[in-house]
Design a protein around this ligand. Structure first.
Ligand code: G
Ligand code: G
Ligand code: MN
Ligand code: NA
Length: 249
């Protein structure tokens, strides 16, 4: 496919870049972390969204090379930030199941001289659909080295409690459909409160995603979420702007 060949070229041609969206402490209002989000500026087609090309990268296996590049870039960026700021990287299940997956993460950390505790790996519920030995080993080995794990888009997939029980997540990211949009009513609010209560009991941070308005920030803070992310605070920005946001913070 055309897009597959282009994607392979894109890395070499420097068309890909990571943008960073702040994740903010809802108590203090200060930035605690940035989520790395991939952007592709195609010379002819313009900006392509990850939702259009990540699936292609997964089908073709390009995601492994691409994913390693992403982790390396994110670790290098984070190494430039103050020590109390971490970086979150989205991982595709395929990347985790690839041979040498643990090594690739360790290598990125070493190359950037980044403390493992400053790297947070975001995985989605789809990773746990099958009970995989590789997945468990990946999480356990890296968690033992201090790498953090976040459960992304929580509430949209399987939402089983068994893997929250089994794996050492430090964060749960409540999907934005519970926060904004037509389905985000009192019932969604009750779910956020319950997830936040679970988070406190398990010493996990609960992140509310998709915060676009002040009133949503207030609502999720009162519901017990400790962190927030969304356009209300900032969109994902290039690394030099991330550094500026930190300087002003
Ligand atoms: O802003 P946004 O369009 O960036 O992201 C859309 C989707 O693409 C999200 O589900 C997000 O997790 C995913 N995504 C964004 N960046 C990356 C990345 O670097 N790696 C992977 N695997 N997924 C990403
Ligand atoms: O699946 P994941 O949570 O990794 O993807 C994050 C996605 O959510 C990205 O596409 C990002 O651009 C998008 N996003 C971040 N903040 C907001 C927001 O406040 N509103 C909306 N609609 N999307 C957001
Ligand atoms: Mn994410
Ligand atoms: Na998400």
């Amino acid at each position: 496919r055309e897009i597959e060949a282009e994607l392979r070229q894109a890395i070499k041609r420097d068309e890909l870049s990571l943008f960073y969206q702040p994740i903010v402490d809802l108590e203090t209002g200060r930035i605690r972390c940035f989520e790395a989000l991939l952007r592709w500026f195609h010379p002819i087609k313009g900006e392509l969204r990850p939702a259009e090309f990540i699936p292609v990268a997964e089908e073709t296996g390009v995601i492994v090379t691409l994913g390693n590049w992403i982790t390396r870039q994110a670790a290098l960026a984070c190494a430039q930030w103050p020590e109390d700021i971490s970086v979150a990287v989205n991982l595709s299940p395929l990347q985790i199941k690839a041979p040498g997956a643990v090594l690739a993460i360790e290598q990125a950390l070493r190359e950037a001289k980044l403390d493992p505790s400053r790297l947070e790996l975001e995985v989605t519920e789809s990773l746990f659909i099958e009970d995989s030995v590789q997945t468990a080993a990946f999480i356990e080995e890296l968690a033992a080295k201090g790498v953090r794990f976040a459960l992304d888009d929580f509430g949209t997939g399987y939402s089983s409690l068994s893997y929250i029980h089994k794996f050492p997540f430090s964060k749960i990211k409540v999907d934005r459909c519970f926060v904004s949009g037509e389905d985000a009513g009192p019932r969604a609010h009750a779910i956020i409160r319950a997830v936040a209560a679970m988070g406190r009991g398990l010493e996990m941070e609960i992140v509310a995603e998709g915060l676009e308005e002040q009133c949503q920030v207030e609502t999720v803070r009162e519901a017990g979420c400790t962190l927030g992310q969304g356009y209300f605070f900032s969109r994902a920005v290039p690394d030099y702007l991330a550094a500026m946001l930190l300087a002003q913070d």
